[in-house]
Design a protein around this ligand. Structure first.
Ligand SMILES: Nc1ncnc2c1ncn2[C@@H]1O[C@H](COP(=O)(O)OP(=O)(O)OP(=O)(O)O)[C@@H](O)[C@H]1O
Ligand SMILES: [Mg+2]
Length: 347
């Protein structure tokens, strides 16, 4: 009589298509039963891949039929339910879109201090200014600065359904890591904690209907950012750079990061492009044009540039974004035109 062990051994000869490892060591074989020479095997793939499923099924049938004492073989290969057939191996295969949120866009940079948070805040207010419904998610685990820049000091309230209701200011809803921290206590976030928190920002927050949810990522392109990108179902990423940073190639790291998780890059923004002195003289403190040049080199859209304006920094510190306090002034206009460019990209 053929035993379960015989069947398992025979299935070890079947390789996962494209791999040198066999389907048993991959853990795909979930159930084996044998009765009077009739063998039944249940396998489960972790992704949707009809081609691989078919190949595994037929090779397994062949391997089992060759066993002495086997006269009937039934093999079922289950695939991950709901996964996209057209995007095999996509890290998004298991992600659900968030109901009610039309577009989720991350703002990232190769390194810190280039103005990600300033851009996130003013883009959010800029999109709102253009008539969109906007939410802002501050995922900066190291130094959540957005509540300050948005002039928001309240914390989320809890709804009857026990979900967090994001506070809002200037018509923009905000959730921040900062809301979950006590005072100025430094927090050591461990990977799984970060993942869980970010997931809760989607599953346990009442965002309502949003045209855009902007996500401010922590600086850099390390593991933390990568896993954030994998946790949040992003529609695209915007990369912020200063002119000289671009020439150093830090932007390329940001591009590579989004590439790794299959997130399309919507464009590059050059911040702190130049400074206009009180005399009217234009001073290119960090050089100028590096962002546009890098965008061209990489074949990525250039969304616009934001000069250095003292009032941008002051507005940030006061919690009154420049797009709200002075939408008609050059500083406000710079952000609004980037918001328009972004809106067009995602239309
Ligand atoms: N175009 C600008 N003109 C003047 N000040 C600016 C401009 N952009 C950003 N700043 C100021 O530079 C500082 C750093 O900006 P911001 O906090 O937005 O950078 P960041 O990339 O989010 O930094 P971090 O990496 O620490 O999160 C802030 O004080 C901000 O007000
Ligand atoms: Mg920041």
């Amino acid at each position: 009589m053929v035993t379960e062990n015989d069947i398992k051994d025979a299935l070890k000869a079947v390789k996962y298509p494209g791999y040198s490892r066999d389907i048993v060591s991959f853990g795909l074989v979930k159930e084996i039963s044998a009765n009077n020479g009739a063998v039944s095997v249940l396998m489960q793939l972790t992704a949707s891949n009809p081609q691989a499923a078919q190949q595994i099924k037929s090779e397994s049938e062949r391997a089992l039929k060759a066993l002495p004492g086997v006269n009937a073989v039934h093999i079922e290969v289950k695939q991950q339910a709901g996964a996209q057939v057209s995007t095999p191996q996509s890290p998004w295969a298991q992600q659900n879109q968030v109901p009610g949120i039309r577009r989720i866009v991350a703002v990232a940079s190769g390194k810190g201090g280039v103005g990600k948070s300033t851009l996130s805040v003013n883009l959010a207010c800029g999109l709102q200014h253009l008539g969109a419904q906007v939410g802002l998610l501050d995922c900066d685990i190291y130094g959540p600065s957005i509540p300050l820049m948005m002039g928001l000091h309240e914390r989320p309230t809890i709804s009857a359904e026990e979900k967090m209701v994001p506070p809002s200011n200037y018509g923009v809803k905000l959730m921040s890591m900062g809301f979950l921290l006590e005072g100025d206590q430094p927090v050591i976030w461990r990977g799984p904690m970060i993942m869980k928190t970010i997931q809760q920002f989607f599953s346990a927050v009442e965002w309502g209907e949003l045209d855009f949810l902007l996500v401010d990522l922590p600086p850099g392109t390390g593991d933390a950012q990568l896993s954030l990108c994998q946790t949040v179902p992003l529609d695209g990423g915007v990369i912020v750079t200063t002119p000289q940073e671009a020439s150093l190639g830090v932007v390329r790291k940001g591009i590579a990061m989004f590439g790794k998780v299959n997130v399309p890059i919507l464009g590059i923004v050059e911040n702190m492009s130049y400074f206009t002195a009180p005399s009217g003289e234009r001073v290119e403190i960090f050089g100028h044009g590096g962002g546009r040049a890098e965008a061209e080199r990489q074949g990525i859209p250039f969304l616009g540039e934001v000069p250095i304006f003292t009032e941008i920094r002051e507005a940030g510190d006061q919690g009154l974004p420049i797009v709200i306090s002075a939408p008609e002034k050059p500083a406000g206009q710079a952000f609004i035109s980037i918001a328009q460019a972004l809106q067009q990209k995602l239309a």
